[in-house]
Design a binder for this molecule. Structure first.
Ligand code: MRU
Length: 347
């Protein structure tokens, strides 16, 4: 089945993306012509989810370079570096952003011999390829992971690792979707995922559109449902996976993994290889984003906490590898010890 939306697209001379902050109330596409607008869209989560952020970063480089001054090569290089560092400063945890910037940098330096308009076109082509590859990779992740889910499984997911977190199809949701498309009768519990409610606003919206049975729960409900035997598996996406399998994902993921362990349930992670950061030995080295406390003291712009109270808004946590049953990628399913199995996927 086709995705009922397009996360992000290159439109000849600009970027079009579905503004995810407005979902589910409004399906509005925004047209981005300027690098500052793109950086702002990433920061405020109009485009979000690690692979989608990677695509946005690549397209952001292509967009920024459309305004590069012709002439001296050193000036063009400086212009490129400035664009990359502005995009790199938007969000720190999703490694796909840095992976995409590296890939664009490689193309840029490999093609410095071209004239400016040819160079600009080459960068656009690379960004467009990153987008179309990502959708295909997600389908491969689904294909590798679908047999983890059997008829009758009731699956918990946290945050949104669906089509909107990628160029389409999704990672964790892609695996669920592949099992569903293979005719398995699966059901999903979606954590609402405070503070920004990616679960209620986006995962529930996507699954609903796909016809996959979904029930929304508050983040604190999962333990009770596991205890009652009403959830039997969990799967999440990832923002960055260290070489030993430690996985950074949306805050609250670690709690889900601990609960799954307590109830002896499998806890799976699904992500493309571009989310695996082999340069980091363990999850302790993963930079964790901390966001504006106003996202905690408010819901959808409405204050829910007393004036003047302090709040912390840590956006991601790290699940230690020993709590993870398997990591599903486009190259296959990695099992413990992840140091070996993940390295083998890159061979
Ligand atoms: O802050 P967000 O909404 O960008 O966080 C997204 C997540 O944590 C996703 O689970 C992760 O990026 C995987 S997306 C396939």
């Amino acid at each position: 089945m086709e995705d009922p939306f397009r996360t992000i697209q290159w439109m000849n001379d600009h970027i079009r993306l579905l503004d995810q902050t407005l979902l589910p109330k409004e399906e509005r596409y925004i047209e981005i012509y300027d690098l500052s607008e793109l950086c702002d869209a990433i920061k405020r989560l109009a485009v979000r989810g690690a692979p989608a952020i990677g695509v946005a970063a690549a397209m952001g480089v292509a967009l920024g370079m459309l305004k590069a001054p012709a002439g001296n090569i050193e000036v063009v290089k400086g212009y490129f570096e400035n664009i990359s560092s502005r995009i790199a400063a938007t969000r720190p945890t999703a490694v796909n952003l840095f992976w995409a910037l590296d890939r664009m940098k490689e193309i840029f330096f490999a093609n410095l011999g071209l004239n400016l308009s040819e160079l600009q076109e080459t960068l656009i082509q690379e960004a467009v390829s990153i987008e179309s590859e990502d959708r295909r990779l997600c389908e491969r992740i689904g294909m590798w992971g679908r047999d983890l889910f059997k008829d009758g499984d009731v699956i918990l997911t946290h945050c949104n690792a669906g089509g909107l977190a990628t160029a389409g199809y999704g990672t964790a949701i892609g695996v669920i979707r592949a099992a569903f498309e293979a005719g398995r009768n699966v059901r999903v519990y979606a954590d609402e995922t405070r503070p920004l409610n990616q679960g209620s606003r986006i995962t529930a919206w996507e699954l609903n559109k796909l016809g996959i049975p979904v029930t929304l729960i508050t983040d604190s409900t999962a333990g009770a449902l596991m205890q009652a035997g009403e959830i039997n598996k969990a799967i999440v996406g990832a923002d960055r996976i260290a070489a030993n399998g430690d996985t950074a994902n949306k805050i609250g993921t670690y709690s889900v993994a601990v609960l799954a362990k307590r109830h002896d349930l499998p806890f799976y992670v699904a992500a493309p290889l571009s989310t695996i950061d082999m340069k980091l030995a363990t999850g302790k080295m993963i930079p964790i984003e901390e966001r504006d406390p106003a996202e905690v003291t408010h819901i959808c712009g409405n204050r829910i906490a007393p004036e003047g109270v302090s709040a912390r808004n840590i956006a991601f946590d790290v699940t230690p590898n020993e709590l993870i049953s398997a990591i599903v990628t486009e190259k296959g399913v990695a099992e413990r010890p992840f140091e070996d199995s993940l390295r083998a996927l890159f061979a």
